[in-house]
Design a protein around this ligand. Structure first.
Ligand code: OSB
Ligand code: MG
Length: 371
């Protein structure tokens, strides 16, 4: 018996971050995200669109995601008979770009399917072999170096297994030198969010002396070729984030030696089906992957946990405790991290956490039913 969705409920929620998060493309103080609920046979599946508040990380933002899901993606899914959630992405593949919007709906369908089958989402997507996932943290650009060092210390004391720090021109070589001096042995990496050009190769080459695990997305969001040229000059592996929107991009980037590691984000690639394909392509080529984050609420966070159970997720991801982002999360219990820097994979059906419906209502700023 197939899956047929009767109703899609869109909700936009607004949640202030505990601390602002700053990258090379700007500062975020408060998140506005679109949640997607798919309803079928009295069961609900839940997804989160991981787009930012502005079209700065990629072309999508909260407002565009709302319209894409409401006017283009949901109508392609409603009333259609699916044999499995694996077929959902194909129904929206004619929509150019907007993978995060389509992905928010796609992951909701996987959650629904897992609930129908009464299995944890991690199992439904073909993972779940590991009982816990390894966690790192992503630390934004700070107002001073001592502040950054203090933050890193806090996260290391909490048990996190690796530290990622954001960099940009003017907050890079000298800052990393200070961090390395304070923490000579830790697993450390830097994420530039596309802030450099190939002409900056000499400056980026200076980072080789700091024994970083990787440098994430130093060059333009759509530039695989320049990354290949840069990688040829660096010892430090490049990890691609923004550039990899599909398994095809992953194949091309690996073939060109543009990266040694891939950050997989569910939204960026359009959901679980494509994320699994990226995972498989990388695994076949011996390229390790890890799960990126987009400052998600508990729903997106839970989906990231499930994704991180696939076998080639061999490096700590950016999936961390709810309390680093929110005073209160929309799921209960919140995502918690052990003193070993791990998250236990939930064993309940679907994404595995309870929704805090009262609080969800409290943070909802608009709601619309598509049927
Ligand atoms: O590049 O990984 C990124 C947050 C927003 C946009 C892009 C990125 C990030 C992060 C934060 O690094 C990861 C997280 O803690 O969710
Ligand atoms: Mg990144």
């Amino acid at each position: 018996m197939g899956i047929q969705v009767e109703r899609v409920v869109l909700r936009q929620i607004r949640m202030p971050l505990v601390h602002f998060f700053e990258t090379s493309f700007g500062r975020t103080e408060e998140r506005h995200m679109v949640l997607v609920e798919v309803i079928s046979d009295g069961l609900s599946g839940w997804g989160e669109v991981t787009a930012g508040e502005n079209p700065f990380y990629n072309e999508e933002w909260t407002g565009s995601a709302w319209l894409i899901v409401r006017d283009y993606a949901a109508p392609r899914v409603l009333k259609h008979n699916f044999e499995s959630a694996a077929q959902v992405a194909g129904r929206t593949s004619h929509i150019r770009g907007h993978r995060m919007a389509c992905g928010g709906l796609e992951v909701a369908m996987w959650d629904l399917e897992a609930r129908r089958n009464n299995v944890p989402l991690a199992r439904q997507i073909g993972g779940g072999e590991r009982a816990e996932i390894a966690c790192g943290v992503s630390i934004g650009i700070q107002e001073s170096v001592p502040q950054l060092i203090k933050k890193i210390e806090t996260e290391l004391n909490a048990g996190y297994q690796r530290i990622k720090m954001k960099i940009k021109p003017g907050w890079d070589v000298d800052v990393i030198r200070e961090v390395r001096r304070a923490f000579p042995k830790i697993r450390l990496m830097a994420d530039a969010n596309s802030a450099y050009r190939l002409a900056d190769a000499d400056r980026l080459k200076c980072l080789d002396e700091f024994n970083l695990m990787m440098i994430e997305q130093p060059l333009a969001h759509d530039e695989i070729i320049d990354h290949a040229q840069l990688q040829a000059r660096l010892q430090t592996p490049i990890c691609l984030d923004e550039c990899i929107r599909s398994a095809h991009h992953a194949e091309q980037a690996i073939r060109m030696k543009a990266c040694g590691i891939i950050n997989i984000k569910l939204g960026r690639v359009g959901g679980f089906s494509e994320a699994k394909r990226v995972h498989d392509v990388a695994q076949a080529q011996g390229v390790p992957v890890w799960c990126g984050g987009m400052l998600e609420s508990g729903i997106g966070r839970a989906h990231n946990i499930a994704l991180s159970t696939l076998p080639n997720f061999v490096l700590p991801g950016d999936v961390s405790a709810s309390k680093r982002y929110w005073t209160r999360d929309i799921i209960s219990p919140p995502v918690e991290v052990s003193p070993r820097g791990t998250i236990m994979v939930p064993t309940a059906p679907g994404f595995g956490f309870e929704l805090d419906h009262d609080f969800l209502k409290h943070v909802t700023v608009r709601e619309e039913i598509v049927s």
